[in-house]
Design a binder for this molecule. Structure first.
Ligand SMILES: Cc1cc2nc3c(=O)[nH]c(=O)nc-3n(C[C@H](O)[C@H](O)[C@H](O)COP(=O)(O)OP(=O)(O)OC[C@H]3O[C@@H](n4cnc5c(N)ncnc54)[C@H](O)[C@@H]3O)c2cc1C
Length: 378
């Protein structure tokens, strides 16, 4: 068993760090998302710079604009980009799960059209899944798409959608089956954000003004060719894609970077002298390391060609536990200082990540069912 990186991988990480250092100001920790055009232009510039070097989709097959590299290259990339605040903006989703979803479920024409543009760093997406009454219980979603000739007529709404302010397309889930068809009656539609019948409203949030939106569909007419996968196959697409999304960002590394900041501050303000704090720092560090190893297991399985498994849920829970542990520690070490803007946003975002992509309780449910093989409770 060899847990080290190869010399080529180490060289790639160094090259990537040098690129990041050149592309971003020293100490950069994320975009100011309130200036949407500037944010989008900067994220696009960064993504295109990566695309020019063949780094954006390097683990994709060459026929889809990738470099046929191992998934470990993707792991290195996200370990360098997630902790500092994700300079690709919402394009991180493209590589993680939207592109792979097109590769697996798209028509040849869709693959040609979307994958090349994703690989070039040209398009931004948002994910229209959650609804006011369908979050954890996503299969109960009610946004309706009724087939009329060669179109679907879509009515309904979504909530908590991230990245709407910069997105070019929405990866939208809608009900095409009977109202009670649950997972059997859901379809994925790919809709440009400027399509008629589509409106949106920003939700004021402690995590920042541009964090979340509501989206409304009012007799929106969507051509059948914009469907991804078969009609009523949406649940299969989404379950598959979410397993990629859950480990697509290196949250364990983000937690580790925040932890090193907290340790520095604890040394400065004397909190480090407290044995209780020192022991919790050790515990938080161990959680970050455990989350990293569990995530590596998922990459390893992917490299072996295994379909997504509940190992992704396990890795996600470990990563979000690490984030929550560090946020709590930060509050205890910094006291009131933890309420200052940047710190507070980190604390709020860390908690939010334990809800996004499926709340922790739902991940634990999947682990109990799929990983431990326990029976479903009533
Ligand atoms: C930072 C962030 C970004 C997000 N971005 C997006 C996005 O881009 N697109 C999108 O579609 N959605 C997005 N969401 C929404 C997210 O997917 C939902 O918030 C999430 O699925 C939970 O749904 P809910 O908010 O309706 O809570 P609920 O489902 O009402 O859950 C409330 C609480 O009850 C618990 N619970 C629910 N059911 C069970 C159960 N069966 N067993 C045990 N406990 C249960 C949950 O774990 C949770 O603690 C985002 C959320 C956050 C926080």
């Amino acid at each position: 068993m060899e847990f080290g990186w190869s010399a080529e991988d180490e060289a790639y990480r160094d090259e990537l760090r040098a690129f990041i250092q050149d592309a971003l100001p020293a100490g950069w920790r994320g975009y100011d998302q309130t200036d949407r055009p500037a944010y989008k232009a900067a994220a696009e510039r960064f993504s295109r710079g990566m695309a020019e070097r063949g780094w954006l989709t390097q683990n994709w097959p060459t026929e889809y604009g990738g470099g046929d590299c191992s998934a470990w290259r993707q792991c290195i990339l996200t370990e360098e980009l997630t902790p500092i605040g994700e300079p690709r903006g919402s394009q991180y989703m493209n590589v993680n799960w939207i592109g792979p979803a097109f590769m697996r479920f798209g028509t040849e024409e869709q693959k040609r059209y979307y994958l090349r543009r994703i690989a070039a760093g040209d398009i931004f997406w948002c994910q229209g899944f959650s609804e006011p009454d369908a979050g954890s219980d996503l299969a109960s979603l009610r946004t309706r798409a009724v087939r009329v000739g060669d179109e679907y007529v879509v009515n309904g709404s979504k909530i908590w959608t991230s990245h709407v302010g910069v997105a070019d397309y929405c990866f939208l889930l809608a009900r095409t089956g009977e109202p009670d068809s649950r997972a059997r009656g859901i379809t994925v539609l790919i809709v440009p954000m400027d399509h008629p019948g589509f409106t949106r409203r920003n939700i004021a949030s402690l995590a920042g003004d541009e964090s979340h939106y509501e989206m409304f569909f009012d007799d929106m007419r969507v051509p059948v060719e914009w469907r991804l996968g078969e009609e009523n196959q949406g649940w299969e697409v989404v379950r598959w894609a979410l397993q990629y999304e859950r480990v697509g960002t290196a949250q364990y590394q983000r937690a580790a970077l925040q932890l090193s900041d907290v340790v520095g501050k604890a040394q400065d303000n004397g909190a480090f002298e407290d044995p209780e704090i020192r022991s919790r720092i050790g515990e938080a560090w161990a959680t970050c390391r455990a989350a990293r190893l569990l995530t590596y297991k998922v990459y390893d399985l992917r490299e072996e060609g295994s379909p997504p498994t509940a190992d992704s849920n396990l890795a996600r829970v470990a990563s979000t536990d690490a984030l929550k542990g560090v946020a709590q520690l930060s509050r205890d070490v910094l006291g009131e200082e933890a309420l200052e803007h940047d710190q507070a946003v980190d604390v709020i975002r860390n908690g939010g990540l334990a809800i996004a992509a499926g709340a922790t309780e739902i991940q634990l449910d999947r682990i109990a069912l799929d990983f431990l093989g326990l029976p479903r409770s009533r």
